[in-house]
Structures are given as C-alpha cells and as structure tokens.
Design a binder for this molecule. Structure first.
Ligand SMILES: Cc1cc2nc3c(=O)[nH]c(=O)nc-3n(C[C@H](O)[C@H](O)[C@H](O)COP(=O)(O)OP(=O)(O)OC[C@H]3O[C@@H](n4cnc5c(N)ncnc54)[C@H](O)[C@@H]3O)c2cc1C
Length: 957
C-alpha cells in the first residue's frame, strides 16, 4: 500500500537574533517618534510586532542619516533604555542621531551654476527661489534673459499675432505650485510680450521669496549668508537706507525736513550729537528687532558682544520678516547694521568710496542706465565722461599710494583720507591741512550741512531736470584733477530724490518737458523692471553677457568642485561652482543649405528667422517656404499677415499640423490623450483642406486604429491659419525636393517646376551642436547627467514627436519637472547613488555615424528617461507628483478659460477669413471647426472615458 504523503518535519532553528515569541501580531498601532532633545515628533504606523530596525530604516530613508548612526531609545521607569534592532519598537520612542525629521540638505561651499537664461534656465533659477535658496548663479552669453529661441530666432514681424504656438497656460514661468497663473496676457503671446513676462516673473519671484541675497563667495564681507541669506540681504539692502529714507532726510542723517515730526531717535540725536551715530544704529536695530525674551547667559556660555546685550541671551522678533529670530541671527543683524552705519553713513565718504555694496552704488548704476535708456544719443558723450572720471580716480589712487610711500603711515594720514569735517564736501582732501590732525573715527564729510538745506532746495529748483548725471567736467583739461565728486555740490540725483531708482513712485518727479512718465509706458516699464531686478531681485544672481567657455574638475578637499572659465567683453575670468546644469536649447543651430542657381533666381532668398527676412517686402508676392516644421507654419502666418499673394510650402514629407483648440485640449487634459483621439479630433480641420491625417507618414497604427503611435521627425506646427490658408488656396503644399533654382523658378527632383516665384524662405529645422558635447566633456549621459556625475546635468527640449499618448505639447510642464529633478539630487546626493545602484537609469551615447550628439535626447528616449528617474527615486516622486495632470489643467484653465480661448481662436479665424475675402475670395466664411460646445464635449468625453479606463485598470480606486 502506498504510504500517504506526509509533510516532512523541518527542524526549527532559532537564530540568536530571531524574534522569539511565536506568532507575530499584525495588529496596527502607532509609534510616536520624537527627536531627542526637541519637541519634534512624527507618528509612524506600525504593527504590534514591528521591530526597532524597521523604524530605524524608515527614519533613515526619510532623513538620509545612515541606519547605523541612529539610536532609538524608550523610557524604562526613570531611565532611558536603548532599544536593540530586534526589539519590538515601543509606542513612544526617542531618536538620537538626527537633528530633525526633515531631510538634511547637502550644503555646498560654492554656488550652483546655471548656464542659459532661456525658459529652462530661468525656471531652474525660480526653483532655487522657491526653495529660498540663494546659492546659485546664472550665466548667459546674451545680454538679456529670454534665450536663443526668443531673442534670436523669433521674428519681430509677428507682433500683431502670435508667436508662442502652444498656449500661455502651459508656456509661462509661473508654472509652479507657488505662483499664480499669469493674468492679462494673450493666450498666444508675441515675442515681446513673452520676454516682458520673463522679466517680470524673475523679479516678482525674488520679491515673494525674499531671496534678494547673494550667492556664496560673490562678495567678500557679506557674512552669515549660510545662516539666513534673506535676512542678511534685507539688512544690507535696507539697513542703511531705512532710517534716513523713512525719516525723510534730505542729505545725511542730520537733515530732517521741517514738516516731519521729529522721531524719538531724532530728539535723542539733537540732545547729544556726539552719541548720535551709535544711537542711530541702535535705533535702527530697535526698529527692526523687538526683543521678546531676555535672560542671563548661563555661566560658561559664550555670548556675542556685538549684539549690544552683554552677558544676556535674547530672542527677538524680526519685524521685517515677521518671524522670531534666534540669538545667532540677531547678533548678525545687529553686527551688520552697526557695520553698515559705521562704514557707510548716508551721504558720507564711505558711501562715496566704498567699492561695492554702498547704499548708493546700485542707485547710481540704475540712474545711469535710465539716463542712457531715455537719451541713447547721449551715450557716447557720457561714456567719454565716464572714462575721464575713471582716469581721475586712478590718478587719485596713484597719488595716494605715492604719498603713503613717501610719508610713513600716521594717524594724520588716516585723518587725511577720512576727509575732515571741515573739508568742503565733494572735494579732494587737503593733505597738507589734514596731516597732523588727530583722527576722529566719527568725523564724516558734510555732504550737505544742515545749514545748506535751503541752498540745496534753491539749486534744485533751478536745475535742469534732464541734465545728464554729472560725471565730471566735460572739458578736455584732464591734467587738472578737480577732485569733485561727479555730481557736484548739489548731490547725486539719488540724493535729490530725482533718481529713477528702484523706488518707482517718486512724488517729486518733475513732469515738465516730456520727462519720464510716472504712469509708465511699455518701454519705461521694461527698463524699470530690468533695473529693479538688477538692484534687488533674482537678477542679482544673473551674470549676463557672459560666455561659459569650459570647465575643469577641481577637487577641493573632500568636495568635488568645478572651475568655470568665463568670457565677458573679451575678458576672461574664472568662477568656482559646486555643480552646474546647462540648458543650451535645441533651436540654436539652424540647418543651412544653398541651392544651385540661387545667384540667378533674382529674388530675395533668406532664412525665415533671426529677423533675417523683410516680410514687408513680400506683400503681393509669390513666396516659396521650404520645410515643414513648426517654424514653417509660423512663417505661413507671418506671410499671410503681410498679404503675400501665394505660398508654396515645399517639403519632402507632409508633417502633421495641429489646430489650436486640439493643442489647448491636450494641454489641459486630466489624463494623457491617446494618439487615436488626437487624430480623430484633427480630422475635421483636415477635411476642410481635403486631407486625411490618418494617411500621414507620421501615423503608425493597426487596422482597427486602436493602437496608434504618432512618430514625427519635427515638432507639431500649431495654428489654425495653416488650414484656413490652404482652404482659401493661399497656401499650396508641394511635396518634393528642390534640385535647383532658375530665374523666378524652383525645379524639383521629380521634374515639377514652380514658376513665377519671387521669394524663397528656407526653414530647414535645426541641428544639434557638437560644441555642447565638447563643452560637457560628454562620454555618455546617464539619465540627464553627464558621465554619471550628479553635479553636472543638461537638458533641452525634445526635437521630435513620438508617443501613443500625449500629456502636452508645451514646454513648461516638462521644465518644472526636470528643474526640480536637478535640484533634488544636488540637495540629496544619496538618492542619486541609490538610483545609480539599480543600474536601470537609461544611458545615452553620442552617435558619430548618425551625427547625433549625446546631449540631445529624442522624444522617446527622453520621456522614458524622465519616467525612469521618477520611478527609481520615490523621494523625488513626492516632489514631482504635485506637477501632475490635474496641476497642468489648473494652470491651463486658470490662465485662460475654455470660453475665453475658444472665443479668441474663433475671432482670429474670422479675422483671417475677412482678410482673405478682402484679397478677393467671396466665398462665405467657413465655420470654425472647434465651436465652444464641441470643445466642451471633447473635454467631457476624454475625462469620462479615461477615468473609466483608469478604474478598470485598477489605477484609480
Ligand atoms: C518662435 C518660437 C516659438 C516657439 N514656440 C513654442 C511654443 O509655443 N511652445 C513650446 O513649448 N516651445 C516653443 N518654442 C521652443 C522654445 O525653444 C522652447 O520653448 C524654449 O524657449 C527653449 O528654452 P531653452 O532655455 O531650453 O533654450 P534657449 O532659448 O535656446 O536658450 C539657451 C540659452 O543658453 C545660452 N547658452 C548656451 N550655452 C552657453 C554657454 N556656454 N555660455 C553662456 N550661455 C550659454 C544661450 O545664450 C541661450 O540664451 C518656440 C521657439 C521659437 C523660436
């Protein structure tokens, strides 16, 4: 009889560390973990049997501190007991080895570098701003922000219509959870409107985040940046001015306007002029900081003396930022305020000669820039004067140096350089008179004395409001140094309150003779914004007009750093950065090609970008546009607006072009839109021009059209005008390759001849630049990082289209993602190591045979890479998850509603119909294919169907 099968007896081996106690209880409970020595605690959902090691691992993952460095303790009677890894975790534990449960960000000695001030580079700067992180610097070889795309390629001729093809809702710099949607802009803004938006956002972000600070190492003598850059910067920027401005001083700290009631500080100063400086300082400190807690310092505890509260520990409320500051921050603020007042009393010599950071410096630059902006024709003369002033300064310095060499340093010399109180303001020091005098630390030049107030008032009245800043005598008598402070006795325009500085509204602005408008016109607003940004905003971090030439790796102690070589105005310099990312752009290098017979063609042949083409000259002409990318579609619009007679769109293959409302629908979709749906919604527009989108080379699908991919070598051109101009016969698509040109004719390879063509616009697309690979010393890209180094990254928009589903057609949703990715791994490099250790990050190599540099990822590889990065790093996914499809919808719909955008699109459609009618086509206007009701239905159907699909797949519960 067969023996029935019996389960073999497996001997149970109890490992020493194995939990003893039989079946483990899976009953849920909560463990409250508290950082030892603080009140910070978190609740961790655990079960009865959860071991201490599990909790340690969780905390390690959250904080980035290694498990072995964590100690978990629990109370045992009146003692604390250290829990072993194998112990069941208690319901209340104390954690040693961490300072906080929030993750500790990696700090860097040098700033992070951003190369490129296009859309991507600016968004990266804003990501820093949003984290209140001031330790970055941005370089661009252009002198303005905006990037190659908008500064060089976009043409100015489309200013009446659109330039951005996708919609503003998903193409703006406010695309983050910390910003409001832009208001009052067109859904398809022009180049100039967009550039203005870039300027505004970079500034207002800095304002909102209070990140006026500077980056580490930017200027010597700005301590405490690591502690609280915002505080320090605010202190530096406002500390010196606040007292005087607020109290409406005319010049110096003594000059109080008669109608201003004297403050407590003034009264005290009046009483005791000797002590006025110290009092003023402490008054400024008091004004800013209200002490909330004061207690004697414990014995042995070091106490900072510079806060003026000897042997006391204090806490104070910082009224400027509305937060309580601790002892350390308070001391730094006090110290800074004191230093600022001591070295640079308002209107004093410190302010005149202090090389950087004086209260005046930025104002002075601003007013100079403003003057030149208003009177550009005088720039030449001003430059000459500046040169002279520089020369004088150099001479003065030389003389001082000489004097120091001949006369041994003495207290008398110090006094001479300090300018005696009786020396005439704005004059050079009288060395003979000054020598031998006792130095007085408190003596300051009387820039304008109290008695002078009336005289100054008189002078101001008689002053020509539009006189250029007086940068010295314009006579050629260089040899006789005047030692006059360039603004003369009347003081600087900024002193007089006439300066167009960052203080936008100045009630005393003279209005006569067409002077600067206080209700700003566009130009003035633009200039003003730029200078405001320069002075206090994000732009303090921008180094424009600076080409980054190369980098070398420099190991600085334990930390890897990079030395960037820069070139600005032909001068080379170097800067150290801890990491950098380059956003070189993908539309930088247009493909160029010459045709045979161009010399005999007899009409203008140009590239339809860089403002190269004079579109006004094309009116009434027959034009050939060669190429069929997004730029070609944009050129159809521009040509139509300039009333050309006929457009031949010559292309090897027809690319898919997207109607405006379809693009808007995709960019506001709550779930990615399938390619099949995209094509179905494009069908009506194509029907108008007798085409079937399903027949295009870019569409790969099965017979039942359920499995559809759109793979196109060029990005979608987006615009209704393409369809309308084809409908009206204005645009004719001609498939073929140009063989040669002859007089007013194009000859194609297949023998077709296009006759009576009067102009050719070439739009051959762009080629990536090997120079970027060379600059990056790129062997391969791991994900979006160069040669496996998390500190060097690069990203540019994908040049192709390759998808089964579309989440968007616009840059901003992608940009916010990758900018946060770079930021995350710089701050938490341990996550990068973990991600690399999986070996699953896609690699991309340069391909010489195909002429494809490594830094450019095509749409397929690029999107796979981004998906891989997010899924390999759960901590990062937490950050990027907030920028999901519903966020995208919020931004897209929040910027312009369906009703608004549809109405504008239809209005444009009818405007163009009218234009074609005026050109002689009397057919009734074709109805706009995307009515409001239709678009509403598109949205509803896609929402419903995709929701059901997600539920069916189990992705939504
Ligand atoms: C007319 C036009 C319309 C467009 N419309 C749309 C649209 O509707 N929707 C959309 O999504 N996209 C559109 N685009 C695409 C556009 O290119 C991107 O949206 C975006 O502007 C790219 O920004 P970027 O920062 O990557 O690159 P860029 O704008 O090319 O900027 C790169 C910057 O990097 C700087 N740089 C590079 N190397 C260095 C170096 N070594 N040193 C110093 N500086 C350096 C360059 O000077 C440049 O300023 C359009 C482009 C154009 C031209």
């Amino acid at each position: 009889m067969p023996v029935p099968w019996q389960e073999p007896e497996i001997p149970v081996v109890l490992l020493p560390s194995a939990p003893v106690g039989g079946i483990r209880s899976e009953t849920a409970r909560t463990c409250v973990a508290q950082v030892f020595g603080t009140s910070e605690e978190i609740e961790i959902p655990v079960t009865i049997s959860t071991r201490t090691l599990v909790v340690k691992e969780l905390i390690s993952q959250k904080t980035g501190v290694h498990v072995d460095d964590l100690k978990i303790m629990a109370k045992a009677g009146s003692f604390m007991r250290m829990l072993k890894n194998s112990d069941e975790v208690r319901s209340r534990v104390f954690v040693k080895g961490v300072e906080s449960f929030s993750r500790k960000k990696q700090s860097y000695q040098h700033p992070h570098g951003i190369i490129g001030a296009g859309h991507n580079g600016l968004r990266q700067a804003l990501v820093f701003a949003e984290h209140k992180d001031t330790n970055f610097v941005l370089f661009d070889r252009h002198n303005r922000i905006g990037g190659t795309s908008w500064l060089d390629h976009a043409n100015k001729f489309s200013k009446d219509s659109a330039n951005v093809q996708t919609e503003l809702g998903t193409y703006h710099l406010n695309y983050s959870d910390q910003c409001e949607c832009p208001k009052g802009m067109s859904p398809w803004p022009s180049r100039d409107e967009l550039l203005k938006h870039f300027e505004e956002i970079t500034q207002s972000a800095a304002e909102a985040q209070d990140i006026h600070g500077t980056w580490a190492g930017q200027e010597a003598g700005r301590p405490g940046l690591e502690l609280s850059p915002g505080l320090v910067a605010a202190c530096l920027s406002r500390g010196g001015l606040r007292d005087t401005e607020k109290e409406n001083h005319t010049h110096g700290d003594d000059q109080v306007k008669d109608d201003t009631p004297p403050t407590r500080a003034h009264k005290r100063r009046e009483e005791d002029p000797e002590a006025k400086k110290t009092r003023r300082t402490s008054n400024a400190v008091e004004e800013r900081l209200t002490i909330t807690e004061e207690h004697p310092a414990p014995p042995g505890e070091p106490v900072r003396r510079d806060c003026g509260k000897k042997d006391k520990m204090v806490k104070a409320m910082d009224t400027w930022i509305g937060k309580e500051v601790l002892e350390e921050a308070r001391c730094i603020i006090c110290g800074l305020l004191q230093t600022t007042h001591q070295t640079m009393p308002y209107g004093g010599r410190g302010g005149q000669v202090h090389p950087l950071g004086g209260q005046y410096q930025l104002k002075v630059f601003a007013e100079a820039r403003m003057y030149v902006a208003r009177f550009p024709e005088e720039a030449g003369d001003l430059l000459k004067q500046i040169k002279k002033v520089r020369k004088q300064i150099r001479k003065t310095r030389g003389r001082r140096r000489q004097a120091r060499q001949t006369t041994p340093s003495s207290s008398g010399e110090a006094a001479a350089l300090e300018t005696g109180s009786d020396a005439p303001q704005g004059r050079g020091t009288d060395r003979g008179k000054a020598q031998g005098e006792e130095p007085t630390a408190m003596t300051r030049p009387q820039h304008v004395t109290k008695e002078d107030v009336d005289t100054v008032g008189e002078r101001r009245e008689g002053m020509n409001a539009d006189t250029p800043p007086d940068w010295g005598d314009s006579s050629n008598d260089d040899d006789v140094p005047t030692y006059e402070w360039p603004w003369g006795d009347a003081g600087r325009p900024s002193d007089r309150g006439d300066s167009p500085s960052h203080l936008a509204v100045r009630p005393n602005e003279p209005k006569a003779r067409g002077r600067l408008q206080l209700v700003p016109n566009e130009h003035w607003r633009g200039v003003q914004l730029v200078q405001v940004c320069d002075a206090w905003g994000l732009r303090a971090h921008f180094r424009l007009g600076t080409d980054v030439l190369r980098y070398v790796v420099a190991n600085d102690g334990n930390d890897q750093t990079y030395r960037l070589s820069l070139r600005r105005d032909k001068e080379e310099s170097e800067v150290m950065v801890s990491s950098f990312v380059i956003y070189p752009g993908n539309l930088t290098n247009p493909r160029r090609e010459d045709y045979k017979g161009e010399d005999v063609f007899g009409g203008p042949i140009s590239y339809g970008m860089f403002d190269e083409t004079d579109y006004d000259a094309l009116t009434g002409k027959r034009v050939a546009i060669v190429g069929f990318g997004a730029f070609a579609v944009e050129n159809i619009r521009t040509c139509c607006e300039h009333r050309v007679d006929k457009i031949f769109l010559v292309c090897r293959r027809k690319n898919l072009c997207m109607p405006r409302m379809v693009s808007w629908w995709i960019n506001g979709s709550a779930f990615p839109v399938s390619s099949a749906d995209v094509l179905r919604e494009m069908e009506d527009a194509y029907k108008m021009v007798g085409d079937d989108p399903w027949g295009y080379y870019a569409v790969l699908c099965n017979e039942s059209r359920t499995n559809v991919t759109i793979f196109q070598k060029a990005r979608f051109g987006i615009g209704d005008i393409y369809f309308l101009s084809r409908y009206y016969g204005k645009t004719e698509v001609v498939q073929g390759t140009i063989k040669r040109l002859s007089e007013k004719s194009l000859h194609l390879e297949d023998g077709t001849k296009l006759e009576d063509v009067q102009a050719v616009l070439k739009l051959f697309g762009f080629v990536p630049e090997w120079a970027v690979d060379k600059f990056l010393q790129l062997k391969h890209l791991s994900g979006i990082w160069v040669n496996d180094d998390y500190r060097i990254g690069t990203m540019s928009e994908f040049p192709t289209v390759n998808a089964q589903r579309f989440g968007g057609t616009s840059l901003s949703p992608g940009a916010v993602g990758w900018c946060n990715i770079f930021y995350h791994f710089w701050k938490y490099p341990q996550d990068f190591d973990k991600m690399m250790a999986t070996g699953m990050l896609p690699k991309h190599f340069p391909n010489l045979q195909k002429d494809e540099p490594g830094y450019v990822l095509d749409a397929k590889i690029g999107s796979q890479t981004l998906i891989a990065i997010s899924s390999l790093c759960p901590e990062l996914a937490e950050v990027t998850a907030k920028y999901d499809d519903s966020f995208k919808r919020k931004k897209q719909w929040g910027t312009h509603s369906l009703e608004q955008i549809q109405a504008l699109a239809e209005e444009d459609w009818l405007r163009y119909c009218q234009m074609f009618k005026e050109a002689g086509d009397s057919r009734p206007f074709p109805p706009y294919p995307y009515s409001k009701e239709r678009v509403q239905k598109m949205v509803e159907r896609q929402d419903r169907e995709e929701y059901e699909r997600f539920v069916k797949k189990g992705w939504i519960q």
